[in-house]
Design a binder for this molecule. Structure first.
Ligand code: PLP
Length: 408
């Protein structure tokens, strides 16, 4: 599928001359390890002793009964250390950094989850760590900034551009250009210039490898459909990859925000609002205007509001192998509520997008069929965002009281 980092017309590596040597080195190192069973063993070892792999595949018996139709299973990426699938990528890249003999890591972060995961990995492996974060996000995501700093990372507030994720990415590349010899840029998802989409998908493929084995072991059959939410695309590709050659329907769910017709969403592959372009070093669908200016996006889930999307998913959309849908903020909060009450699970707002689509479709399938939902992360650590989404008046009262206590 890969030819110099291209997936059909998507992907590539559009780099400033000065970064070419660094990317060549990274491609070379990655190619060295990716087919090395010892490297994969080292990776799975650390994921089982430091994170929580293999993560369980949980049968959601109550939701199955409630929806009627296909039996619903949930892949539990929420049980990873730091609460999401992001751990798979950062720990993998951390091992690669050790092999390259570098001593410092940098990363971009939007909602702060990838920043916290990278800072955690850096603490564990003893790397210096700088995280770039847009000023708007620093203000919105104080709890994650707090943890990154406790973990020993320097958090740099980016005041360029619109002061969000894409600006943090640009700033990370600027840092990398000046510190290439010592520093590795830990990109957070299956986007950006080659080899990042392939490399991040490689580390995340552990999700699907496990899920495939688990469902065959317990049910002796493959699922009919698999649902995953899509921000940059890493958790979706993580689970989808193991099933690409099977007759299993793969469904990616994007942020429908306030509805596709409102323009306030982040649906790149499930709406008509995005177009193909080159930005941030690669070619894919971007939410951009006619002049190539990036549009503002919206989602209740901070991890799903990126303007671009994985070139690998853009390709799988073009070939029809993956179907894309959108879930609105309102549907997401409803699905989250239902999952909490019925199963005692608290998915992240991002993950709840996948639940929305599964709940719509499970009733239309036969009870002998199986669907799997990838629960990319847990929501209880996002109490500020989740409580806002539920608009709970007593929570708001509690926050006001807390603020008054500080003033006193
Ligand atoms: C970051 C994040 C996402 C979105 O990123 P992908 O690369 O699309 O997986 C989804 N869910 C959770 C819980 C996240 O933290």
């Amino acid at each position: 599928m890969i030819d110099r980092g291209y997936y059909g017309e998507f992907g590539g590596a559009y780099l400033p001359e000065i970064l070419v040597a660094t990317f060549d080195q990274l491609v070379e190192k990655f190619n060295e390890v990716k087919d090395d069973p010892d490297f994969w063993r080292e990776y799975t070892d650390i994921m089982s002793t430091y994170s929580c792999r293999p993560t369980p595949l949980t049968f959601a018996d109550n939701l199955t009964r409630h929806c009627g139709g296909a039996r619903i299973f949930i892949k539990r990426e929420d049980l990873n250390h730091t609460g999401a699938h992001k751990a798979n990528n950062v720990m993998g890249q951390g091992l690669l950094v050790k092999r390259m003999g570098k001593t410092r890591v940098i990363a971009e972060t939007g909602a702060g989850q990838h920043g916290v995961a990278t800072a955690t990995m850096a603490a564990k492996f003893g790397f210096a760590c700088t995280i770039y974060m847009g000023e708007v996000d620093v203000q919105r995501q104080r709890p994650n900034v707090f943890w990154m700093e406790r973990l020993g990372a320097e958090v740099v507030t980016v005041r360029e551009g619109t002061r969000i994720l894409k600006d943090a990415i640009n700033e990370s590349f600027r840092d990398w250009v000046t510190n290439m010899d010592t520093t590795h840029y830990v990109l957070g998802t299956t986007c950006g210039p080659h080899p990042f989409p392939e490399m991040v998908a490689y580390f995340q493929s552990i999700i699907g490898k496990e899920a495939r084995r688990q469902i065959l072991e317990t049910e002796n059959r493959l699922p009919s459909r698999i649902y995953a939410c899509v921000g940059g695309g890493s958790n979706a590709l993580g689970i989808f990859q193991a099933f690409l050659d099977d007759s299993v329907e793969l469904v990616g769910v994007e942020a429908g925000g306030k509805g596709l017709s409102s323009g306030q969403h982040a649906s790149r592959l499930s709406s008509e609002d995005a177009s193909v372009g080159v930005a941030q070093g690669y070619k894919t669908y971007f939410l951009q205007d006619g002049d190539g200016q990036m549009k503002e996006t919206h989602s209740v889930a901070a991890g799903l509001d990126y303007v671009g999307v994985s070139p690998i998913l853009a390709y799988l959309a073009a070939t029809g192998r993956v179907r894309f849908e959108a879930a609105t903020d309102l549907e997401v909060v409803e699905a989250l509520s239902l999952t909490i009450k019925k199963e005692g699970l608290i998915p992240a707002l991002e993950s709840a997008h996948a639940f929305v689509q599964a709940f719509k479709e499970a009733p239309t399938l036969d009870p002998s069929e199986i669907v799997i939902i990838n629960q990319s992360g847990r929501g209880d650590k996002d109490i500020f965002t989740v409580a806002d989404a539920f608009a709970d008046p007593e929570w708001q009262e509690f926050i006001k009281k807390k603020a008054e206590d500080y003033d006193a």
